[in-house]
Write a protein that binds this ligand. Sequence first.
Ligand code: AMP
Ligand code: MG
Length: 400
Amino acid sequence: MNKGLLSVDDALKLLLSEARPVADVEELATLEATGRVLARAQRSTMDVPPMDNSAMDGYAVRVSDLKGKNSLKVSQKIMAGSVGKPLEPGGAARIFTGAPVPQGADAIVMQEHCTVEGDQVVVNKIPKLHEWIRRTGSDIRKGSEILGAGKRLEPQDTGLAASVGLRTLPVYRKVRLGLFFTGDELVMPGEPLAPGRIYNSNRFTLRGLAETFRCEVRDYGIVPDSLEATREVLRRAAGECDLIVTSGGVSVGEADFVKPAVEAEGSLLMWRIAMKPGRPLAFGRVGRAFFIGLPGNPVSSFVTFLVFVRPFLLKTQGSEKTSPTVIAARADFDWPQPDPRREFLRVKWNSQGGLELYPTQDSAVLASTSWADGLVDNPPGHVIRKGDSVKFLPYSELYR
Ligand code: AMP
Ligand code: MG
């Protein structure tokens, strides 16, 4: 069983032991930094909020003024963006959400708990000390870390950086990812499909993935099944890219030139991996570029990209987190045939909160990947019964 096959985890370990974050860091406008990976931890140079301010539209009061009486004279009005005068004894300030609390006030009474009578406000509910006041630094303390190094910046992260006034952020430069697709049978949509030909669907899937992961993509297109053509594009790509990813030509058939080409231009390890779909995977180096050769089969190249290229790429991008979050989910299907290889099954949520299985798990059926919401990671030799908890990798997790 699994003779001569490498486990997914061992292959991943080998891959990740070679990956290094790109050395170059650029200082990018915070407004442009969403999706990029932060190169250095960021600390706040200020308290947030920077001053005590009102969490409500209402009246700023001094709680001790409300002992024995509940009517106060409204002596000023403070809008967000303006600063009021110190609160007079026995006085109240009309105040709006976000406006600074005037000196001397120690609570806000929400306007729903007040009645206005001429220039007086009647407080119908005595506030607790500091009620509805957002205290200085209660959200972020000056000097505290707000974003860790290696974090991929999501919209809320750049928002957070902006909230403490950071105009630029240090991020790793984009990874230059080269793609090419081997196979004399390949044509592009729009070209006539002569007998024996197929459309180059991998170009769309893999380029889409590379763009999803915010690479700077160099797409070298279709490369014919010849040693010279493969060597030539490898040389070119190696001079321009950090990582070269290809599809097809890594089996050991007569038309598989990836292995000899990478060996001639650099160095290569050929792996047969105990996974399904997947199996052949090539890992090597050409010049300064790394090389990962995926199988040609469309489902296999898609899955192996997510399982192997994704973490390698994330680490090269400087990302701290390279393994996707696995979600425990209920299988609403049976998978009765144990397979000695680790399987990645195409599944979809149903409306009962369980997972349905695409009826054919054949690795040539690309429709399964499009139908699915993600992959079940099924360990080698494991049978699934309806109702079992399984390890689910949603696309939404795999794509970040
Ligand atoms: P290979 O690994 O080159 O032997 O290819 C395995 C299978 O995947 C063959 O049936 C190929 O026709 C198919 N294939 C290879 N490259 C692509 C591609 N770019 N798009 C769609 N199918 C492909
Ligand atoms: Mg081929």
